[in-house]
Each structure stands twice: as C-alpha cells, then as structure tokens.
Design a protein. Structure first.
Lengths: 314, 289, 261
C-alpha cells in the first residue's frame, strides 16, 4: 500500500507540474496587455510611464520563464495574486466563494451517487418489468436535458408555480435545495447508465452462473459478487463525475444566482480578470486531481490483487 | 436469471428488445433527419424572417402569425428556432471535426511511434485530462474572449484527449492484426499501411463514438451559449436564444420552453441513435433474474 | 424396489426466442436415479451443455425452454417459484461447469467463495472452517489456497476448488459439464480422481457430460448420445457397442478407437 501511494504520487508530479504550466500560460500568453486593457475598461486616462510602472509592479516586465518560476514560488506560498478588477487578493475572494460551490458539489455528488446506484441496479436487474423500462426511459430523457433548462423548468414549477422557493436570490441554506436537485438529477442519470452497463456486463460472466448454481440468494449475488466487480470502474468514474459536477456547478450557480466560485469565474471572464481565472482553473484542477488520486487509492485498497491499469474506464 | 420459462415472457421480451434496438434507432434517425432537413432548408420553411423585430407583439402568446409566440423583441420564436438549426448543429459538427482533427493524428502517432513519442503525447493528454472538462473550456474561453469561435476551440481543446486515447487503443489493436504484420514484413511503406489497413479498421468504431459524443457536444455548446460565452445575440443559436429569453422568464415562462424542448429533442435524437447502434452491437447475454 | 428417478427430464426443448423459436435442443428425455452415474456425450455444439444449463436454470437470455418438463424429486423445476428453485440449487442440483478459468469470481478470495458456499448449507464459523479444510484435503488442494485469489491458481486447481464446493454442498444430483476441457492430460486425470472422490463422499447421482468417450468410460456405467439437439442413442458401457447403433455413436466410437491406436 505504502509503495503504491509513493508510486502513484511520483507519477502524479509531472501531471501537476504540467497543470501549473498550462495555468500559467493562460496569463503569460495573454493577447494584448492586461494592464492597458484594464485601464481602458475603467475609462481612466493613462500615460505610457504609468503603464510601465504598473507592469513592473505586477512583474509583467520580466521574461516568461522567470515569471513562471516566480509565480510558481508564490503559488507554493498560497499567494494567488491580486484580482485586477477588484484589487483584492484572489485568495480572499476564493475563501468567500468556495463554501457555496463546495456545499453544492458535495451534496449533489453524494445524492447522485445514491440515486444512480438505485436507478442503475433497478434498470439493469429487472429488465422486463414496466417499472424498470420507464425508469430507463426517464434516465435516457434526463441525460438529454441541458442542466440550465432543467433548472429553469424546476424554478418555473416550484418557485413560480407553487411558490415553495425564492426566485433567483440566495439567502439561506434552503435556497440550495433546488440547485442541488437540478445537479443531482442530471448527474445521477449519467452515472446510472454506467452502473447499468457495468451490472449487465458482470451479469454475463461465468462466475455469476456459478453463484446462481450454488443457490445463493439474489441479495448475495448482487451485493457480493456483482457489486464487488463493478466497484473499481465505478469508483474511477465517480472521480470523473465529481469533476463534471465541479464544472456543472458553474451553470447552476449562474442560474440560481449563487455566489460561488463558478460565478466568480464567469465574472472574471467578463472582466478579463486573469488572476482569478487562473486560480479557478488550478484550484478545480487540483481538486479533480485529488479526486482521481483518492479513487485510485481506494481501488488499490479494495482490491490489491488487481494491477494498476486494470481499473477500467477513463 | 431464473428459468426463462413461461410462454408469456417470450412476446414481452421480444417487444422490449424491439423497443430497445431498432425502434430506438429508427426514432432517433427520424428526429435527426427532421433536424437535418431544417438545418438545410430552415430559412425557407420559417413562417417569418427570424430577425424581424415587432415591438407591438412583444412576448405574445402563440397565434397564427407566430405559431410559438414571440420573444422580448417580438421576433417569431418558431422561425428563429428553425433557422437556428443550421448554426446549432453546425457548431457541434465543427467541434466534432476539430476534435477528430487533433485526436486522430495524436492517437495514430502515439500508437505507431511508441517509445518516447507515445510517452510524451500521452503525458500531454493526461495533463489536459487532469482538469474538469467544462472548467478547462471556460479557462480557454476566458483567455480568448467570449465568442462562438472560442467556445468551439475551448470545447475541442478540453475534449480531444479522451478521443486521442481511444484512437491510440484502437490503432494498437488494429496494428497487431496478423495481416498488418504481414504487410509490414512485405515491406509496405508505413503511410500506405496506415491508409490501407489501419484507417479502415479504426474509422468505423471511431465515427460511432463521435456520433455519440455529438449529444454531449450539443449540451456543452448550448450551455456555453446560454452562459453568454458562446454564440452572441442576435444569433439564433438555441442556447443563445435561451440566454436572451432569461430575463423574461418570470414574466412568461413559455419563452424558455420552446428552445429548451428543441435542444432536448436534438440531444435525445443523437442519444437514441447511439443507443440503438450500441444495442445492435451488444453481444452480451446477461443471466436474468 | 420401485425406482423413483431423482431427476426426470421429459421432452425438453430449448429454443431461441428471438430467432423464430428455432430449436437448439429438441425433445430430450432421460432420467437419473439415486447413485447412478450417467454419461452424456456428443459432438461439440450438439446441445449437451444447453441441456445442463436448462437443468441448473442458468440459460442465457434469448434462450428459453419452450416445452417439456424437468422434474427433481417429482417437482417440476420449470413451474416453481423463485424461492423454491433457489433452495434446490446447490444442495439439490449442483453443476461443475467447463472452463474453470472464468468460473470463479476474480476478486473474491477462495476462502470467501467457499465460506459462502458453506453458508448455503447452514454451516458457519468453526463448522464451516472444518468442512472447508476437509473438502480441500479430499481434492488434495493445499490449505494456503484459501487466502489466494483465483488468478493465482492453475486451471486444474480452480476445477478442484469447484469440486470442493460440490463436497461442501453434497448435492443430490451433481452435473459435471465437460470438467476437463482446457486441462492437460495429467491435470485431467487429477480432476477425474477428485470427481470420483466427490461422488463417493457425497453419494450423489452424477450426470457426466463430455465429448470424450474415453473419459466417460472411466466414470460412468451407461451413456446417452446426443446429436444435433436430439438424444439419439443409449449404450451400456459394460458391453461392447452394438453394431446397429446410431451413426453418431459409431462415429464417436470409431474416433476413440483411432486415437487409441
């Protein structure tokens, strides 16, 4: 186990390094001068000397490689730079906006995990009943619905129609219910299709026939034999799903007007505030990286007899 | 599993398999061909000019002149949806083409050169894959500035590594076939072998996967347009139409209804076709309960 | 003494429900009484395995038993509710399948797989441990196998794990569906020895399915011959094969004789 952790960490370092490089280049290769652009945007009149002074202040006058290493050192010290638009440290802004996104993603992740296991198992195991067929059609429909439209639909029904929720304003925890439901439904549908797919694949294996012939109960076959086999690829997939939830939360935050990281990023795109955008990319990348890392470790811990590359889909 | 015995279950299972296989495929193809017809001749079928503003009939209910009502500028929603088909589907198709244009050479090179080329290319793919897809697309769009072009580029850059890995796997599989080895031993030129033996093997499965990915691409691109990061108003792109309609959503929820349903139908038709193909190719026979 | 057959297959027909109900096995009838060792031979693809699958209830989806009956101790298995069928599986009828390579669950230890088997005959804790180690001894498997996963065992060892399962379950009817396929000659011999042990210990009735008459001869006294989905002949192996037998029987006998030369 220790050896595996060590090896996996070692192999992750180049990836992390490459991620910082990509993250840096998004600022480093910015078309046009961000300072001039920002000053123009603010409608402030400026002289070439003033711009030059600002460039030195933000360290933009040095060569690219030097800037990368300076930036990397700052990154290790958790100095994510200053937002050009608001003049506030990026870290501070992140601390303000993170809780909403974290709560939203984690809640949606946990609930879609549970829902997808139920949906996937029911649609896979009892293939010929009307319940499973209609659930299957439902998941097919849900994977085809854009999350923003689902959000608007739920708002129309539950906020405008029934008046159960506030419309487009964030006040208390209750206002997270609809966003979480929206994210959960879409994500659970996608995940459940994989669960179904895996269960059908495993149910076609010879060892399931043996389990049946041995006279095991359905619960034992499903709970022990099938579940044990579908778990590794599912865990790998769950990490990826978590990544798509992080991305998907941008849309949901935008519609429900939640002050999370996604909203911060969208604002940064509009204001061309690259420091925030860069930090957003790196932070989400890091979370996603850790999720994948955790998935690999869990798989290794669960079934040490499998080789590294045996953990299915990516 | 269980003894598959009773006479009743036979026609029922037949109905289900029919539903899951051919019918799914046919239904999807039917929708899809409607969309393709609309994409080609949308402008000609549209009852009104898509950008004709009629401020007297803002947000009006469906009527004979405006079958699906009008938006906040009094433009005919139906006409805009019809003319928008070409743009919306075209964007997704362009993105898919761009993804293939990156993924195919990378995957082929990586599988055929092996060694350090393979290691470097796959490492790069890993780095791209290390970011959540939408987040990465957002960053690229932020870098390029919001426009339809940057949305296409952003999505393609975030999307190619997965497909490149698939191309690599398929190529490795194809290149290990006996007859490819034989033609290599006969001294055929590498490019010749790729064109004659490897591409014909990997293209069909690749195109099936890519057509399945079309559903996902449509969703992502329309989401970006909805966020105002893709197609810009007054373009009649479906996602952008929804974005424009948003402020009037509380006033008249139906303005977001129609474009949403059209997007759902388009995505659904790709998913149905894909599911149909997958079902036909599925050779597994699970034990039943 | 009136001979009540343990297992009675009558007019069994297996059809593919998606392809115009094309029959793969047609009108197969035979019976098996307590302690009997019956062989079932035929060429590859003649429907031997399908018959076994139908008896154990593990037919794959589009295949169905379209007519006939399978009676176990007088009860029709095909008309039985699930819970009762589950009770008969394992302790009533157990089947050792061909291709041992894929028959064991790859990510459960042998111990887990044997323990759950023991659990099925209500053996838990100390009792289960004891039964399992006795069973392993009987099929001459080392005890350290228990901690291993199937991928660490050879094909012959996996097949003997299956035998151990049979020993634990002590089924009334044991079906061996080509248990030696894919094993080398020495392992084949060991496997057959183990099967003999199992049969002696449990006193099960044995239905031994194979395409190889030589092997069947070692284990069984009488044999049924299948060809193209139908039962065509029945022979007593203690007597020389009659010259007026079915051509399928003759074919198999001739093939065997040629191999022995």
């Amino acid at each position: 186990m220790k050896q595996f952790v060590f090896k996996r960490t070692l192999s992750g370092i180049p990836t992390l390094f490459g991620m910082t490089l990509i993250g840096f280049l998004i600022i480093g290769l910015t078309p046009g001068d961000p300072i001039e652009m920002e000053l123009r945007r603010l409608g402030v009149s400026f002289t070439a000397e003033q711009v030059e002074a600002l460039r030195v202040e933000y360290g933009l006058d040095k060569p690219l490689i030097q800037r990368y290493f300076i930036w990397l050192l700052d990154l290790f010290r958790l100095d994510l730079g200053t937002s050009i638009a608001s003049g506030r440290p990026v870290l501070e802004l992140f601390k303000e906006h993170l809780p909403i996104t974290a709560t939203l993603s984690v809640l949606a992740f946990v609930s879609s995990l549970a829902l997808s296991l139920v949906l996937g198992t029911v649609t896979a195991v009892s293939q010929r009943t009307s319940v499973s067929t209609s659930l299957y059609v439902l998941t097919m429909f849900l994977v085809s619905v854009p999350s923003f439209w689902l959000a608007l639909f739920l708002l129309a029904v539950f906020a405008l129609g029934l008046g159960w929720f506030n419309l487009l304003q964030f006040g208390n925890a209750q206002d997270l219910i609809l966003p979480v439901i929206t994210l959960t439904l879409g994500n659970a549908a996608v995940m459940s299709r994989l669960v179904r797919e895996r269960i059908i694949a495993v149910m076609s294996e010879d060892y399931i026939r043996l389990a049946i012939t041995k006279g095991l109960s359905r619960r034992a076959i499903l709970g022990r034999h099938v579940f044990k086999s579908i778990l590794p690829p599912l865990i790998t997939n769950w990490a990826i799903s978590f990544g798509s939830l992080l991305g998907g939360s941008v849309i949901i935050e935008n519609i429900f007007n939640l002050p999370g990281l996604g909203q911060l990023a969208l604002q940064a795109i509009a204001e061309r505030d690259f420091a925030i955008l860069q930090a957003y990319l790196l932070f989400m990348g890091l979370v996603f990286f850790l999720a994948n890392f955790a998935a690999d470790l869990t798989n290794h811990w669960l079934m040490p007899q499998l080789k590294e590359d045996d953990h299915g889909v990516r | 599993m269980a003894y598959v015995d009773s006479a009743k279950s036979i026609p029922l299972s037949r109905a289900t398999s029919l539903f899951r296989g051919k019918t799914t495929f046919l239904l999807g193809s039917l929708f899809l061909s409607c969309f393709i017809i609309l994409a080609i001749g949308g402008e000609a079928f549209a009852p009104n000019p898509p950008n004709q503003i009629d401020l007297l009939h803002r947000l009006s209910a469906p009527s004979l002149t405006y079958p699906l009502g009008t938006d906040h500028l009094g433009r005919c929603i139906l006409s805009r949806l019809m003319t928008g088909t070409a743009l919306s589907l075209g964007t997704a198709l362009t993105t898919a083409g761009l993804i293939l244009a990156i993924a195919l050479p990378v995957g082929l090179l990586s599988a055929l050169c092996k060694g350090w080329v393979d290691a470097v290319l796959m490492r790069i793919a890993d780095i791209f894959l290390a970011f959540p897809m939408l987040v990465f697309a957002l960053a690229i769009i932020g870098y390029l500035g919001a426009s339809l072009t940057s949305a296409v580029i952003g999505v393609a850059l975030a999307w190619w590594p997965g497909l490149a890995r698939l191309v690599r796997t398929l190529t490795l599989e194809a290149a290990s076939k006996e007859y490819v080895l034989a033609s290599r031993q006969c001294g055929q030129k590498p490019l010749n072998i790729i064109a004659k033996h490897i591409l014909p093997q990997i293209l069909p499965p690749l195109l099936v996967v890519l057509s399945l990915e079309m559903a996902g691409l449509l969703l992502v691109l329309s989401s970006l347009s909805f966020l105002g990061l893709g197609a810009q108003p007054p373009a009649a792109e479906w996602g952008a139409m929804l974005n424009e309609a948003r402020p009037f959503f509380a006033e008249r929820p139906s303005v977001v209804l129609a474009p949403g349903i059209v997007i759902i139908l388009a995505v659904l038709s790709f998913n149905l076709v894909g599911e149909g193909i997958r079902f036909q190719l599925d050779k597994r026979k699970p034990y039943r309960w | 003494m009136v001979d009540i057959p343990l297992l009675q297959v009558q007019n069994l027909t297996i059809a593919n429900s998606t392809q115009n109900n094309e029959s793969l096995v047609e009108g197969v009838s035979f019976s098996l009484s307590a302690g009997q060792r019956l062989g079932l031979i035929g060429k590859s693809g003649c429907g031997k395995s399908l018959t076994c699958h139908a008896i154990t209830g593990a037919l794959r989806a589009p295949l169905t038993t379209s007519s006939g009956s399978i009676r176990f101790q007088g009860q029709d298995l095909l008309a039985m509710p699930f819970a009762e069928k589950q009770r008969i599986r394992g302790t009533g009828i157990f089947c050792i399948f061909q291709s041992p390579g894929s028959a064991l669950h790859p990510s459960l230890t042998i111990a887990t797989q044997l323990l759950e088997t023991a659990g099925n005959v209500s053996l838990f804790g100390q009792d289960a441990q004891q039964t399992i180690s006795q069973a392993l001894e009987a099929v001459s498997l080392p005890q350290h196998c228990l901690k291993q996963y199937p991928n660490a065992l050879s094909g012959g060892m996996k097949q003997r794990v299956m035998m151990a399962m049979a020993l634990i379950l002590k089924p009334t009817v044991l079906i061996a569906d080509e248990p030696t396929t894919g094993l080398d000659v020495i392992t084949e011999h060991e496997t057959l020895e183990a099967l003999n042990v199992v049969q002696q210990e449990t006193g099960s009735a044995l239905l031994f399915v194979s395409h190889d008459l030589r092997i069947v001869r070692q284990t069984c006294t009488s044999v049924l011959v299948m060809d193209a989905g139908q039962l065509v002949d029945a022979c007593d192996l203690n007597q020389p094969i009659a010259p007026d037998c079915h051509h399928a029987t003759a074919e198999i006998t001739r093939a065997m004789e040629r191999l022995q030369l």
